[in-house]
Design a protein around this ligand. Structure first.
Ligand SMILES: Cc1ncc(COP(=O)(O)O)c(C=O)c1O
Length: 417
């Protein structure tokens, strides 16, 4: 076992400082030579968004579409947050940039949120406000890893981790965490690899499966990473969206992990683009510089109004109750061919249904379901290139009426096959 080390594992090549005034002569490309397009940007499409595009086109053409493809709440931000946004516009200077890591009042409120929810209070200087959690991943990957580093990702998993890593020249490595693994991350599998990964990316509750890790499992993962010098990144964006269970944060068990979260899911504020990270000490300075260069700062009015989001639990918990009812409508109403082998969903707002009893090609199945019944879903291959052809992700973030309608249409489609 290697001890945890904060030193870089590979030497990086420094960019030489400019020595002379930049050359003024233009470097013309010879005629006929193709303009450069990077290889590493040739990423696979995010199929959920392709489905959304087709569904929206059908809807614009007058078709009645039930949306089960989108992973976002159908509700708006809490009223108190909307009011705070309006008030902030006249009360505070909101027109300018903030510090890259955000306004102090929000960073302090996030620290208090950890104390309230998890009983652990991170130092405020470890908290970085980001433009959604999506830019937090970019910062985390750039701050922690060098080109070629290998990062393990439990699969099925959220495709943007893998795609963004590839775009940054990192190497995502799948660790199976599907039905055969009882939907759990098998640490022994990584121990058996020739080379340990440099990093491990986890998410609980999971997108697309809704599977929630037990706290003991999370604690074990944190210990495993610390003992082996594997940098852990914990995506906790679906915290709060759980049914009958609660989740600890990786922060409860280690100071070496990068914690990522956002206001998009439980807080019902996807479009506000406010996320955050809790950084380990050794990544604070580099992450700040990356944030400065990547986005300068998160939207200022939204940061100020977002402080109120943490005081709206009654309203937000009512959404969670609705999701729980939605989940039950799908689980009890859908044909057993769908629900029988779906992942045990205890969180997020997704049902990851094993449709192999009716189709071995989830992309084609999703397309036909959309065209013939107007139900938009996401094929599993978005989340699992290997086994995803047998799975379909159904988002139950919509209304109860939508869920009931989806059950009727999906069952009709399945029985007609
Ligand atoms: C697991 C997971 N992480 C992160 C994100 C990105 O969220 P945002 O950038 O809105 O915070 C999503 C969005 O669907 C997600 O499902």
């Amino acid at each position: 076992m290697t001890a945890y080390s904060t030193t870089a594992k590979r030497a990086t090549t420094a960019i030489p400082a400019p020595t002379a005034p930049l050359a003024l002569a233009p470097r013309l490309r010879p005629a006929g030579r193709a303009l450069k397009v990077s290889q590493r940007s040739q990423l696979p499409p995010f199929l959920a968004l392709d489905v959304l595009r087709t569904a929206s086109e059908l809807q614009a053409a007058g078709q009645d579409i039930v949306h089960l493809e989108i992973g976002q709440p159908s509700t708006s931000a809490p009223q108190q947050v909307n009011d705070a946004l309006v008030a902030s516009l006249s009360a505070t200077a909101t027109h300018g940039y903030t510090l890259a890591f955000g306004v102090p009042v929000l960073r302090e409120r996030i620290a208090r949120h950890y104390s309230d929810w998890y009983g652990v209070t991170p130092e405020t200087d470890r908290i970085a406000v980001t433009v959604g959690s999506s830019t937090a991943f970019a910062i985390a990957f750039m701050a922690a890893f060098d080109e070629g580093d290998r990062i393990a990702i439990p699969t099925p998993g959220y495709p943007a981790y893998r795609n963004l890593m590839m775009g940054l020249g990192l190497t995502p490595v799948a660790v199976r965490a599907g039905a055969e693994q009882n939907w759990k991350l098998n640490l022994a599998e990584m121990d058996s690899w020739d080379e340990l990964p440099d990093g491990l990316m986890i998410a609980s509750p999971s997108n697309p499966t809704g599977v929630v890790m037990d706290d003991s499992e999370l604690a074990e993962i944190c210990r495993w990473c610390d003992a082996r010098g594997v940098r852990l990144i914990s995506d906790e964006i679906y915290h709060g969206l759980t049914f009958g269970v609660r989740c600890d944060s990786a922060l409860n068990y280690t100071k070496n992990a990068i914690i990522v979260n956002s206001l998009s899911k439980y807080f019902s504020m996807t479009g506000w683009r406010i996320g955050w990270m809790i950084l380990p000490e050794d990544l604070i300075s580099s992450s700040e510089k990356i944030a400065q260069n990547l986005f300068i700062s998160a939207p200022t009015p939204n940061q100020i109004a977002a402080v109120s989001a943490f005081d709206c639990e009654a309203e937000l918990d009512s959404h969670v109750s609705r999701y729980a009812v939605n989940r039950d409508i799908l689980l009890s109403g859908l044909a057993p061919e769908f629900t029988g082998n779906s992942a045990p969903c205890r969180g997020a707002f997704y049902l990851y249904a094993d449709i192999s009893a009716v189709s071995e090609n989830s992309a084609e199945f999703a397309k036909q379901l959309l065209l013939s019944e107007g139900v938009a879903t996401t094929p599993g291959i978005d989340f699992d290139p290997d086994q995803g052809h047998r799975y379909l992700r159904l988002s139950f973030a919509g209304s109860q009426q939508d869920m009931s309608e989806a059950v009727i249409r999906i069952n009709r489609f399945v029985s007609g096959r």
